[in-house]
Structures are given as structure tokens and as C-alpha cells.
Design a protein. Structure first.
Lengths: 486, 319
């Protein structure tokens, strides 16, 4: 197997991610604030844009928590399956995925995430760091372990253990629309969009807690953003190389296709990056895969407390600027966390999760337009802020790292991301209107109406709060406007 | 009684741009505040030398970069950037700069001279810009400030120094002010033991007619209020690390906390700990610390509106 298009994709989009990573460092360093994805656009573009950007980020992330709980349950089942394949137990736990069990177990998983966010920041960061290291161990074991397993062993064991052979899986994927020619097509590009988004999620988290960084903010952000990107990119290249080489391109990408396009034929309903795959290919090494499986459970679950903290810092910044009731953002004197916001997050997470389990049609994350539109500001706003910073806040310019690169990098990012977003995020992800479907039916069935209604609700809330505050003598526009310096 | 709107900022530490911004808030009536309070610390701590080179140019190392200045315009721009960041530019010959580095006495004499010159310049600008405005403009020296700063403010026409006094700001609310602090690791001119601080505060409070209506403008925040969290330092003034992380502890004043708990004033305005900005309630008392980013030229503050019933609203501003 040679250097596949998928590896090119990882390399090229990994390199492109350095641009947005550097932009995040540049716009956050002179203004390190908790809730940066609200605070920075608010200061540079105006409070309305800060609000609408963070409002959309809020609704792009909150349904993701339910999905993470859903994957965590499958990872727990995977752990038991590994023990069964290894002969340690004969127990089978398909009931874990049954509706009633999945409902309460997923809720417990989400509440556990919420409890972590309630801890004092210092303890929270320690826990997140320790668990993060565990999940990296999982990735490393799987990546390098994949190098020692063989395609023939996989083919031999898979049918017996999973009920489907690699060739049957590829045939299902092809039947569902996967193109086995291995071209760099819409599917690959959409996958890459997910990759970029995953990394940007990390940037958002780093930027959002920048107000809590102490000492050299630029150094801390550079290490966390560019360091993690470099690790992630090198790791992805090695890992994807091994996976494609050991398991075959069509098998790996076909499985991935089934998973990302939410086909129920995807084994375990998990992506092919899992310890079960290596267990099937090399059952005798099961203790190694078991460690990886435990770390994978933690790694996926970790996204819940990490993104909950990210979102509550946005809401905390709203409260400080009086966009939401002050009392909602009160910081608990002992735990130093905005407890009411954290509890609210927990409630929203459980509601979305129960919707996912009992009424998936009502979970917005299942709709293409929702994901495409709600995540859009995440891609565009950092570059727009970078372009506006010299004009709107010239006083901050001297603190911008590598400032002569600020505008060129912002323009370069927009030149890359706008066509890519249209190509992969819209054309590649959103289904075209089927014949016979009215515009209204299409809008409802693809999540366009839900997205529009959510954005309009955000705008209405802003207008009401603005008018209420103006009556009380608080003008949002004056809260952080540049005061004439001379 | 009508509502009284207060704008409060602090810890500008010699930043020329922050001071000018504070004046412009009053000049352009940006926050509609009738009372403006610039809390301590007012002065900077560092001299940035601009060294005369043999070839007629000047060299200056500022914010980790070395600049070669070849014209008067470039020198003026550098002096402005240094002043805006809260430092004091000093043009000198290489030998003089070397002497300053070695001789602490000479350094202290020079920095005090520069501090006083800037304070006098600030008061001149303030008197010019505040003339004909109805705003009350208070400036309170902090524990870091040379005692002469208070004397300079005292002779200004339109700026009042409230330090150690009870001031009635609107005919209803009295404000007591003190730039003193509990003992800091740096042993600054305004550091006092907690007992002495308590004695001074009690003396001021005893002169207040209605403590429940009072405003405490005290620079040092109350102990363990969340507005006073700072790195723990060892005997060499280096941060103490625990598990690779800087250990943070409350460093506020127990005397200030005692005053708040005992008298439950309406409002407490604090500063001192730049990285611990925020707002909290101790009992009925709203306590705020805007924090400070003076070196970035960002002026952080709070707008608080009060009337006879209490604090009507408050919010953080920055610009």
C-alpha cells in the first residue's frame, strides 16, 4: 500500500490547521479571557456578533455531549467483548445498547462529566490532564499495536467473531455509496472537515480558558495549540498509515464511511479506530488491547467535561457582560465554578441524550444543516477577528505575537477554508433536495428550519436583553469599546 | 435621592495611556458616571534606559526586543510606548546606565524623580481636561506609591485625594479610603501589620454617620474573598510550585474582611491583586476588584450605580 489520498488529506489539512492555530494564539494573547469565543468577537466586531457566534457554538456543542455518551457506552461494550474474545469471560452484554439501559447509563455518564466540571478549577485541570494522558496511551497502543497485527488474521477471525467478513463489510459500504476507487472525493473531504473541526475544538478550548492561564499566555497557548496539533498530526499519519497498510484501504475507509454516514451496518456502531479490531486480528495480545480499550472509554468521555467547561466559560462571559442574568453566572465561593451554569449544562446534556435514545428525530445533531451551519462561525470568526483587530483595537496590536503575519495568515485561512467549507461542509455533507419534496419539507427534514429557528431565537434574546439593559443604563456597545487614548 | 453612578478603576501603575483613558471617560462622559475613582497603585516600578551610542544613535531594550533609534521622532515614539506600558524612559550615557544598575541609591533617586515628574504632568493634564466638568474625580495612592504622590494630588485643582478621609460623594453616601495594604513580600511604603490596618480603618469608620450606606475604597481586598488570590512566594520571592503548578493562596487583608463583616457597608472597591479581578458579595456588601492589564494599555473598571436602597446595578467595563 502506498501513500494514499487519505494520508495526503491528513498532511495538507494538518498543515492548514497550523494557520488557524497561530491565528488563535495571535488574537487570544493580547486579550486572554475566559470565554474567548464570545469575548474576542464581542470586543472586535461588536457585542451582537460575539453573542451570535457563541450562541451558535453553544448549540453546536451541546448535542455532541449526548453523542459522546452514546459512544462511551459502545466503548464499554467493546471492553466486555474483548474479554469475551480473549476467553476471560463468556458474558455478553448486548443489553447495554438496549433503550432503557442505554438511557440511564448514558445519563449517568453525562452526570459524571458534570460532576468533574463542578470541581475547583485546579483539581479539574489536574483530572483532565491525567485522563488526557491515559487517552493518549490508548492511541499510542492502538497505533503501534496495529503494526504487529495482520490482514489475514483479521479476515480469518472477523466473520467468526463479528458476524461479518471484511469483504462483506466493503460490499455493504459500496452498496451504501462508498466509492472504492480510493479517490480523494467528497467523503474523504467531509472526513477531513471532521478532522479540522476536531482540532479547532481543541483550539477553542485552549482559547476559552486563556483567561485562566497564568504567566506567559503566549507560551502556554503555543505549547497547547501547536504542540497538540503537531502530536496529533504526526500520530494521525503514523496511525492511518498502519491501519491502511495492515487492514486494507477499502476495509478501513469503507468501515469509516459506514460509521460517519451513520449506517447501522458499521460494526459496533463505532469507527474502525478501536481496540476490538486489533483484538480480532491478534487475540493473544488482548491485555494490551484491554488497556487501550479502558483508555478509549476515558478518552471519549473526557470530551464531555472538557467541552462543558468550554461552554460554561462562554456563558460565564455572557453573565459578566450582562447578556444573561448575573445570578446565573455566580461563581461558587468555595468551588470557584459557575455552579448554576454547570447544573444547567448537565440538564441540557441529559435532555439531548434522552432525545437521542428515545426520539432521535428530535436530536439536532442528526441533521446535516444543523452541523453545517452551527459550526460555521468556528471556522470563520477567528480569521475575521484577526483582520479586524488592527483597526478596531490598535491598542492591542503591540501584544499580538508575530503581528506582521496577522493579516496575511487570516486571508490565507479564509482562502483555504471558504472553498473547502462549501465543498466538504455543504456539497459533501448536506443531501440535495429529493425530487417531489417541497422546499418546506426539505428544510424540515435536513434541519434547516431547526437551525434557522435557533438562530432567530438567539437574535430575539439579544434584542430583548439589549433593550432591557439600555433602559437600565447599560449600553453593551460601551462596555468594551476602545476608550480614546489621547 | 437620585441614583449615583460610580466608575472605578485601579492599579494603573504609571501607565500613561491608562491614565489618559480614565480622564477621557470623564471628558466624554462615556459611562455617565458622576463619580470617578482611580484607585492605587498609581505609579510604575521600572526604568527603561535609552542609551546614547557612540555613533549618534540610541539603543533601547524594551519588551525583550532591542531597538536602534536614529531620529528624535523615533526616540519620542519609544518614550511614549514605554510610558504607555507604565515604565519610565531615561536617556543616558552608557556609563551612567551601568552606574544605575549597580547603585541602588542612585536608581531610587532617579525613579522617584521620574515618578514625581509624571504625577505632576498627570495632574496638569487632569486640571486642564476636567475644568468645566461636573464630575468628581478621585485618585487614591496605593501601597506601592511614593508618599509624595498624595501630596501632588492634594494640590491639584480638579482631582481629590480621599486617602485617610471620610468623603461624602453625593450628600447621602460616605466613602472611606485607604491605599494601605497588609504586609506584602515586597515590603512597600504602604504596608502595615493587620492590627495597625484595623486600627486605621476603625478610626475612619467611627467617623462615618451610617456604616450601612458607606463605600469602602480600600485598595487591598478582603481576605479569602476570591478577589485576593495570588501566587504563593518563597523567601526569594519565587512562586512556590506544587506538582509543577504555581500554588495560589488568598493574600487579602483579614482586617478589611473584619470591617466588611462587622459594618456591612453598601460597596467595597478594591484592587491590589491584578490577576484576581471579579465581583463577590460578603453578606450584603458588594465587593469588586477590576483587576489590571495596565501594561497592555487596557483600562479595566467597574460601573456601579447606587441609591438609598442599595446597589442598583453594576457591571464590568474595559477599553
Amino acid at each position: 500500500m502506498g501513500w494514499s489520498p487519505y494520508l495526503w488529506g491528513v498532511l495538507l489539512f494538518g498543515l492548514a490547521n497550523y494557520i488557524i492555530g497561530i491565528l488563535y494564539i495571535q488574537i487570544t494573547t493580547p486579550m486572554p479571557r475566559s470565554g474567548a469565543d464570545y469575548v474576542i468577537p464581542a470586543r472586535l466586531m461588536g457585542p451582537f456578533w460575539g453573542w451570535i457566534n457563541s450562541w451558535m457554538i453553544l448549540w453546536s456543542w451541546t448535542p455532541v455531549w449526548s453523542w459522546m455518551a452514546w459512544v462511551t457506552i459502545r466503548n464499554i461494550k467493546q471492553l466486555v467483548d474483548i474479554l469475551r474474545i480473549a476467553g476471560v469471560t463468556t458474558a455478553s452484554v448486548p443489553w447495554l445498547l438496549d433503550t432503557p439501559t442505554a438511557a440511564w447509563l448514558g445519563s449517568v455518564i453525562l452526570i459524571a462529566g458534570m460532576l468533574i466540571v463542578m470541581m475547583p478549577p485546579r483539581r479539574y485541570y489536574r483530572i483532565i490532564a491525567a485522563l488526557g494522558i491515559l487517552s493518549i496511551i490508548s492511541l499510542l497502543i492502538i497505533a503501534f499495536g496495529t503494526a504487529v497485527v495482520s490482514q489475514s488474521a483479521l479476515a480469518q477471525n472477523m466473520k467468526a467473531l463479528m458476524g461479518v467478513s471484511p469483504s462483506e463489510l466493503i460490499a455493504t459500504a459500496v452498496k451504501d455509496g462508498y466509492d472504492p476507487a480510493g479517490r480523494f472525493d467528497m467523503t474523504t473531504a467531509a472526513g477531513m472537515a471532521g478532522y479540522i473541526l476536531f482540532v479547532i475544538g481543541g483550539y477553542q478550548y485552549s482559547a476559552s480558558i486563556s483567561g485562566e492561564l497564568r504567566g506567559d499566555v503566549k507560551k502556554s497557548l503555543t505549547i497547547s495549540i501547536l504542540g497538540s496539533l503537531t502530536f496529533f498530526m504526526i500520530f494521525s499519519l503514523i496511525f492511518i498509515w498502519f491501519v491502511l497498510a495492515q487492514f486494507g484501504y477499502d476495509f478501513s475507509v469503507g468501515w469509516s464511511y459506514l460509521f460517519w454516514s451513520a449506517r447501522s451496518d458499521a460494526p459496533l456502531m463505532l469507527p474502525p479506530i478501536n481496540a476490538l479490531l486489533t483484538t480480532i486480528a491478534a487475540p493473544s495480545l488482548w491485555p494490551l488491547w484491554l488497556i487501550a480499550a479502558v483508555a478509549a472509554i476515558i478518552g471519549v468521555w473526557l470530551v464531555i467535561p472538557a467541552s462543558m467547561l468550554y461552554i460554561n466559560r462562554l456563558a460565564l462571559a455572557w453573565g459578566i457582560d450582562r447578556l444573561t442574568p448575573k445570578s446565573l453566572s455566580d461563581v461558587h465561593p468555595k468551588f470557584r465554578q459557575p455552579m448554576k451554569l454547570v447544573i444547567l449544562e448537565g440538564i441540557i446534556a441529559v435532555i439531548f441524550y434522552l432525545l437521542l435514545v428515545f426520539a432521535p428525530d428530535f436530536n439536532p445533531v442528526n441533521y446535516a444543516w444543523w452541523n453545517t451551519l452551527m459550526f460555521m462561525p468556528s471556522y470563520l470568526f477567528p480569521a475575521i477577528c484577526a483582520l479586524l483587530l488592527p483597526r478596531r483595537r490598535p491598542d492591542l496590536l503591540k501584544a499580538v505575537p508575530w503581528r506582521s503575519w496577522l493579516a496575511p495568515l487570516a486571508v490565507l485561512w479564509l482562502v483555504i477554508i471558504v472553498p473547502f467549507y462549501i465543498f466538504a461542509g455543504v456539497i459533501g455533507s448536506v443531501p440535495p433536495m429529493a425530487p417531489g419534496l417541497s422546499v418546506w419539507e426539505y428544510a424540515i427534514s435536513t434541519g434547516l428550519t431547526a437551525t434557522a429557528v435557533t438562530i432567530i431565537i438567539g437574535i430575539i434574546i439579544y434584542l430583548i436583553v439589549r433593550s432591557y439593559n439600555l433602559r437600565r443604563g447599560i449600553d453593551f456597545n460601551q462596555i468594551f469599546k476602545l476608550i480614546p487614548p489621547e | 435621592m437620585p441614583k449615583t453612578r460610580i466608575y472605578y478603576c485601579c492599579d494603573i501603575h504609571g501607565s500613561d495611556v491608562c491614565f489618559r483613558k480614565a480622564l477621557n471617560i470623564a471628558r466624554y462622559d462615556l459611562y455617565k458616571a458622576g463619580v470617578m475613582i482611580v484607585g492605587g497603585d498609581l505609579t510604575g516600578k521600572m526604568i527603561v534606559p535609552i542609551v546614547n551610542q557612540a555613533n549618534g544613535s540610541y539603543s533601547c531594550t524594551f519588551l525583550e526586543s532591542t531597538h536602534i533609534l536614529r531620529s528624535e521622532k523615533e526616540i519620542a515614539e519609544m518614550q511614549k510606548a514605554i510610558a504607555d506600558a507604565g515604565f519610565y524612559a531615561h536617556i543616558g550615557e552608557p556609563q551612567e546606565i551601568e552606574d544605575l544598575k549597580k547603585d541602588r541609591q542612585k536608581f531610587n533617586a532617579l525613579i522617584n524623580e521620574l515618578i514625581i515628574a509624571r504625577m505632576e504632568e498627570w495632574m496638569r493634564i487632569a486640571d486642564e481636561r476636567l475644568d468645566s466638568l461636573s464630575v468628581q474625580f478621585f485618585m487614591l495612592p496605593g501601597n506601592d506609591d511614593n508618599p509624595k504622590c498624595g501630596e501632588i494630588i492634594n494640590v491639584a485643582k480638579h482631582v481629590k485625594n480621599p486617602d485617610g478621609r471620610v468623603v461624602n460623594i453625593d450628600g447621602f453616601h460616605e466613602m472611606i479610603s485607604s491605599g494601605a495594604s497588609n504586609i506584602t513580600p515586597w515590603k512597600t511604603p504602604g504596608d502595615y501589620p493587620e492590627e495597625e490596618l484595623e486600627r486605621r480603618l476603625e478610626a475612619m469608620m467611627s467617623a462615618v454617620t451610617n456604616p450601612g450606606n458607606c463605600i469602602l475604597n480600600l485598595h487591598v481586598p478582603p481576605y479569602d474573598s476570591g478577589l485576593d488570590v495570588a501566587p504563593k512566594l518563597d523567601e526569594n520571592l519565587k512562586p512556590v510550585l506544587v506538582g509543577g503548578e504555581v500554588m495560589r493562596i488568598p493574600v487579602g487583608s483579614t482586617a478589611v474582611r473584619k470591617m466588611i463583616e462587622k459594618y456591612q457597608p453598601k460597596l467595597g472597591l478594591f484592587g491590589h491583586i491584578h490577576e484576581s479581578g471579579g465581583e463577590t458579595y460578603i453578606g450584603k456588601t458588594l465587593c469588586v476588584n477590576p483587576g489590571s492589564e495596565y501594561s497592555e494599555g487596557i483600562l479595566r473598571g467597574y460601573v456601579v450605580e447606587i441609591d438609598e436602597k442599595g446597589v442598583r446595578q453594576f457591571y464590568r467595563v474595559e477599553g
